[in-house]
Each structure stands twice: as C-alpha cells, then as structure tokens.
Design a protein around this ligand. Structure first.
Ligand SMILES: Cc1cc2nc3c(=O)[nH]c(=O)nc-3n(C[C@H](O)[C@H](O)[C@H](O)COP(=O)(O)O)c2cc1C
Length: 171
C-alpha cells in the first residue's frame, strides 16, 4: 500500500474486537512514535500504554470515547522539555510534537491492520490526576487502538473532504 492509499483507506475505528495487539506489532507502533519529528528534536513526548483492567476502567470513567478498546494510548508531552519559541512568549511545541507522534503511530498501526481513533474528548487535567502523572506531563489525546470489530464501518462523513481550493491558498 503506498502512502496516499493508506491515508485514504484509514478511518477512525470506534468498534473494536477483543483481540489484543500482538507485542511485536505494538512495539512497531511505539517505534513509529519514537522516530517522529519533534521541534528541535527535543522529543518531549510521553506515551502511556493502558492495557490493565484498572487503567482501562479509569479511562472509561473519564471519557465516553474509549470505545471499549482493549488498549488505549495516552499521548502526552513534558512541558519542561518541549521547544519554547523565542519569537513569541508562551508559544511552545508540545501539542504539535504530541500530535505528530500520534499521527505516526495511527498510520503505522493502520499499515499493520490495526485501527484507532484520535480522541480529545476528555479533561487533560483529570486524566493526569487520575493516573498520577507528574506535574510537568500534559496529556494531549488518547488513542483507543486495536483490531476493528468485523462490523466496524467508516462514519458517513469519512469521505467528505472540503475542496482543495477551500483549504489551500497560494500567497
Ligand atoms: C484533533 C482530533 C480530535 C478528535 N477527537 C475525537 C473524539 O474525541 N472522539 C471521537 O470519536 N473522534 C474524534 N476524532 C476523530 C474525528 O472525528 C475523525 O477523524 C473525523 O471525523 C474524520 O473521520 P475519519 O477519521 O474516519 O476519516 C478526533 C480527530 C482529531 C484529528
């Protein structure tokens, strides 16, 4: 599958089978997050793998968008380690870094036949508190991840992309 084919094929999975991701496949997915580009190569990302019943139960209580996935990744960044933009006070790279890390993992997973759904419908501070993250760790998104259930289908809007001319402007 070439990249455009993979990018077009991928869709958010919200219906998972109980089959747990094999260790070697999970390792590849995590490696894709490890090698993602980050600002200044500072690598402030933290990826938490939640597979314990206790951890999954906590997540279920913190968001309705857990989709009963047997594995959930919490993708966060360390705000003491991200790149600080010297051109503008308060602008820093953590969310961008965490996002590209998550994108790498989501696409590598799809290549391995594993689905996921990017979720930001939760309170980052509640997640940090419930999981006892250090004060400098900021969760950005969670990624319920696993094999799609046989009946999983793309959402009706999956193929609805705006026209290029609406989103691209040559200056
Ligand atoms: C930043 C971001 C936040 C999202 N948050 C949620 C979410 O909280 N819950 C959810 O079910 N899907 C969430 N999604 C998935 C989007 O709804 C989905 O990617 C979009 O509708 C396009 O559908 P597709 O991924 O199937 O192509 C999120 C996606 C992105 C990129």
């Amino acid at each position: 599958m070439d990249f455009m084919e993979l990018a077009k094929n991928r869709y958010s999975i919200r219906n998972f089978s109980e089959k747990v991701i094999e260790k070697d496949k999970l390792a590849k997915i995590l490696e894709a997050g490890q090698i993602a580009p980050t600002a200044g190569n500072y690598q402030p990302q933290k990826v938490y793998v939640v597979q314990s019943e206790e951890g999954l139960e906590k997540l279920r209580s913190l968001t309705k968008c857990h989709y009963d996935a047997p594995t959930v990744l919490i993708i966060a960044y360390d705000k003491s380690k991200d790149w600080k933009n010297p051109n503008e006070e308060g602008v820093h790279s953590g969310e961008q870094d965490a996002s590209i890390v998550a994108t790498h993992m989501m696409l590598e997973a799809w290549e391995l036949g594993i689905g996921s759904c990017w979720v930001n419908f939760f309170s980052p501070s509640q997640v940090a508190e419930e999981f006892g993250f250090p004060e400098n760790i900021t969760p950005v998104l969670i990624l319920p991840i696993g094999y799609a259930a046989a009946e999983a289908t793309p959402a009706s809007w999956h193929e609805q992309s705006k026209e290029l001319c609406e989103i691209v402007e040559y200056l």
